[in-house]
Design a protein around this ligand. Structure first.
Ligand SMILES: Nc1ncnc2c1ncn2[C@@H]1O[C@H](COP(=O)(O)OP(=O)(O)OP(=O)(O)O)[C@@H](O)[C@H]1O
Ligand SMILES: [Mg+2]
Length: 234
């Protein structure tokens, strides 16, 4: 079953089109990775899906609902959460307050969900009273992901989760991503670390200059000669 689909998306900032008829499809339970050079429009695509940008053309469908042009606060209620590339935590708040902020629209008791997030990220539980601004890059990324998970989304959008992290911390984040996916959350991940992103992906997309270049299973893209030469370092 297709859970999320964006079709022939044309979108950009002011009058300039960045995305040109881009499409992406996520099946229920999948990790879909998007790779491509700087400026390809990867972040712009996530922003468009999440309603931060209104597409000039095209549609975004979540299951059978057309959510094109909806505001982010409405989209989040429908089950999509988004972790932006930068500025994705409240540095002056504690870890726990950050997680509580993630549940801001929940009217019910979310203590059970909070406990699940702490199970997934034990390090966050150990330091829950610490200010998020004092944390390392890898720890901040866990806070950001934990916050996005508080609403128990169907689909999680992650923009460059391993950016700026040392290899061991990046590996830890990738393990967490796989663990989150195993709980049934479908995901779109934008990554500079194309090799790792494709390794964990059920399906992958290559974007360049605002257009779809190629899409295939993660495995097939990993062994694709062109992808190897351009994005996997040989
Ligand atoms: N807020 C903005 N206003 C105007 N142009 C923007 C804005 N954000 C991005 N752009 C431009 O849109 C294009 C695509 O940017 P985008 O951030 O989507 O690329 P990306 O694939 O995520 O790149 P990176 O790998 O560097 O994160 C770039 O040319 C960028 O300069
Ligand atoms: Mg980007």
């Amino acid at each position: 079953m297709i859970i999320l689909e964006a079709t022939v998306i044309t979108a950009g900032y002011s009058k300039l089109d960045i995305l040109k008829e881009v499409g992406i499809r996520v099946r229920d339970g999948e990790i879909v990775s998007i790779i491509g050079p700087n400026g390809a429009g990867k972040s712009t695509l996530l922003k468009t899906i999440f309603g931060l940008l209104k597409p000039r053309h095209g549609r975004v469908m979540l299951q059978n609902r057309d959510i094109t042009g909806w505001s982010p606060d409405k989209i989040v209620k429908e089950g999509i959460s988004y972790v932006p590339q930068v500025d994705n935590i409240f540095t002056s708040l504690t870890i726990e307050e950050n997680l509580e902020m993630g549940a801001f629209i929940r009217r019910d008791d979310f203590s059970g969900r909070l406990a699940e997030i702490y199970d997934l990220f034990p390090m966050l539980a150990e330091r829950k009273k610490q200010k998020a601004g004092q944390l390392s890059g890898g720890q901040r990324q866990m806070v950001a992901m934990g916050r996005a998970l508080m609403l128990d989304p169907q689909v999680l959008l992650l923009d460059e989760p391993s950016a700026g992290l040392a290899p061991n911390l990046a590996a830890m984040i990738f393990d967490k991503i796989k663990a989150i996916n195993k709980t049934g959350v479908s995901m779109i991940i934008v990554e500079q670390n194309a090799r790792e992103a494709l390794k964990m992906a059920h399906h992958g997309y290559v974007l360049a200059m605002g257009k779809n270049v190629l899409d295939d299973s993660g495995k097939a893209l990993l062994t694709n000669k062109e992808v190897g030469k351009l994005y996997l370092g040989g």
